[in-house]
Design a binder for this molecule. Structure first.
Ligand code: ADP
Ligand code: MG
Length: 239
């Protein structure tokens, strides 16, 4: 069903970071809990993409990740599945607490696409999720987010800041943070919002940054926000 939707590319992989875990070549080798593997095998994908085979073992072992990988390299599942495993490993939530995992993305369209993937894989473990973005009524988003109801939040930075300032939610227990399309978020001027949001998450969080390009602005945000001995890799089409 999904055949052909992921770009076929010749892959050149470079990797850095101290003691980077070995990459996985099959879905079962990734050692996800069975509820994830079963959902994943149902997709009938041939094999993990390069971004997935590199990101999964690192993210599942609790390492931070910095990944430079072009569009179409399967980045969404590279972080969504480890996010779900992470959330399921946390203690039952206390009332009044906000999301455990937070994904920041540049646009409403992208955030909604990501939430669809989250929804697909969150169902088997009944995780609650919300999608927060501008240009739409706040009511339903507030309802989805309301303390204690949302474990995974996908958000564009502007609307999330608004909700944080109004006390709709908080990031006091957020221990898994993803910056997706970091380069586009910075191009759109979201750097101050990103920094403010991430500063409200827990200092012992796991942080994953995904980007298609690697300009100095992205390197700087990676250096300052992804601080825990990250595994770094680059996946690019060769020619
Ligand atoms: P990116 O964020 O890197 O641009 P996406 O995560 O949006 O890429 O994935 C692009 C497409 O590839 C999606 O349609 C997705 O369902 C599909 N896909 C993801 N992982 C695989 C895989 N391992 N094999 C084949 N297709 C995949
Ligand atoms: Mg993407």
């Amino acid at each position: 069903e999904n055949e052909g939707t992921m770009k076929r590319m010749e892959i050149r992989v470079t990797r850095g970071g101290v003691d980077a875990p070995k990459c996985v070549l099959t879905f079962t080798e990734a050692s996800f809990p069975s509820y994830v593997t079963e959902d994943l095998l149902r997709e009938k994908f041939e094999a993990p993409s390069a971004a997935q085979s590199l990101a999964w073992p690192s993210a599942l072992s609790g390492r931070d990740v910095v990944a430079v990988a072009e569009t179409g390299s399967g980045k969404t599942l590279a972080y969504v599945l480890p996010a779900i495993v992470h959330v399921n490993a946390q203690p039952v939530l206390a009332p009044g607490e906000g999301p455990i995992a937070l994904v920041l993305a540049p646009t409403r369209e992208l955030a909604c696409q990501i939430e669809l993937e989250v929804a697909k894989y969150a169902a088997s473990s009944q995780l609650k999720h919300a999608c927060v973005y501008g240009g739409a009524p706040k009511g339903p988003q507030v309802k989805a987010l309301k303390s204690g109801e949302c474990e995974i939040c996908v958000a564009t930075p502007g609307r999330l800041i608004d909700f944080l300032e109004r006390g709709v939610t908080n990031l006091r227990r957020t221990t898994f943070v993803v910056l997706d399309e970091a380069d586009r978020m910075l191009d759109m001027g979201f750097e101050p919002q990103i920094r403010r949001i991430v500063s409200q998450t827990r200092p012992d969080r796991q942080t994953l940054l995904f980007t298609a390009t690697w300009p100095v602005e992205v390197r700087e945000i990676a250096r300052t926000l992804v601080r825990n001995n990250p595994v770094e890799f680059r996946v690019s089409g060769a020619g």
